[in-house]
Design a protein around this ligand. Sequence first.
Ligand code: SAM
Ligand code: SF4
Ligand code: F3S
Length: 442
Amino acid sequence: MSQKIFIKTFGCQMNEYDSNRIYDTVKKIGFNKTNNYEDANCFLLNTCHIRDKAKEKVYHEIGRVKKLFRSKKKPLVIVAGCVAQAENEEMLKREPFIDLVIGPQSYHKINNTILNHIRKKKKIEETEFDAISKFEYLSKIDNNTKKVSSFLTIQEGCDKFCHFCVVPYTRGPEYSRPFKQILDEAKYLIDNGVKEIILLGQNVNAYNNEGFKLSDLILEIEKFSSVERIRYTTSHPKDMTDDLIEVYKNSKKLMPLVHLPVQSGSDKILNLMNRKHSIKEYLNTFDKLIKINSNIKFSSDFIIGYPGEEKQDFENTLELIKKIRFINSYSFIFSPRPGTVAADLKLTEKKISMERLEEIQNLLFENQININKSLENNTINVLVENLTDNKTQVFGRSEYMTSVIFDGKKEDIGKILPVRIKQSNRSTLFGESTINSNKRVA
Ligand code: SAM
Ligand code: SF4
Ligand code: F3S
């Protein structure tokens, strides 16, 4: 069987990892990837349920595919990811154009599900939580991502039940993959040219497999001589334990950017959100990290206008941002999610939330602009990931994940090069490689 699959991915890095692994899997039954909608005879939408009208967006997307194929043979349509998990068989009932609905912990069944559907023409829904089987199955299939910087999921699901969040319902209970299974996958990636590994989990620093923790994994992975950089995301402040903080003392490979979502600067709101820590505890973690390694910078996620957020609570958030000077943070207005504790709480007035969002983003963006500006005329180390779209320059990232564009060449991909920054804007640094320019002068 030779088929062409088009995978469209929404949501977080864990969905990106899953989409790559789904592709590694369906290749075994004859599917090749296409980046062209029109060529495909199979569409897979890997969906996200975290905010807004996630469900409606999926139906809208399916509507587009339907239109496109009005006068052609109907493609196989698969909905995967967190909306699939949340909506399950309802999706098959509401939209007959959908053939298969597969939740995030059923991807080990995807080949059989597709083949069954092709044989029996039956609509199928698979939404059991079975993380053990998923990763056991995937560990037997090579991870062929082969990007300079690759994701590696080490932990899935969440037991924290923050009152605003759907993840515990869409990804199930917390599960940590076996230590050796992860090291084998890391080794395979590194042997195949990967230079940066980004360890993933909805609660990555809660990783615990038979006593092995995230700190143990980082220390083991950095022993592979050809891996250059290690990162992890997303962490919960409560799980930022001393053993993990200690790794920042001596590690040359763990990057000095800590993404530590705080959501709000107000203890009252953190309590209402069921975040299980106070601002004092958050600041204590911040102090410990800075003390152990003064190069560390922080980024965060913020939820604005959570039910009960008053002016003073919002001002506390602004205060915290001024204190920590976060870089690259994400901020969104609270979006009530079906099935969560906060789903039916009285909303903050929309106009107020919008004004607060604008204010917080102005402050966050101002920090980013100033930090990037301060790098102009300095030389920083950049891991080169690929050529830019017009192929005349290269794209890479600084140690703090900031995008850098400079005058490199194809052979630079996968190398860490010193780059002198000439210009910057909020999201990108522009420079030239000092190695290249020295050569040119010589
Ligand atoms: N596990 C991480 C943590 O504890 O911070 C967060 C993972 S969640 C997938 C990513 C971000 O989405 C959260 O940090 C939060 O800011 C945002 N988010 C989650 N639910 C939301 C909601 N109902 N409305 C707005 N933003 C939300
Ligand atoms: Fe969601 Fe993160 Fe809270 Fe878990 S810890 S419920 S993933 S916000
Ligand atoms: Fe979205 Fe699911 Fe990730 S809800 S953010 S795709 S865990």
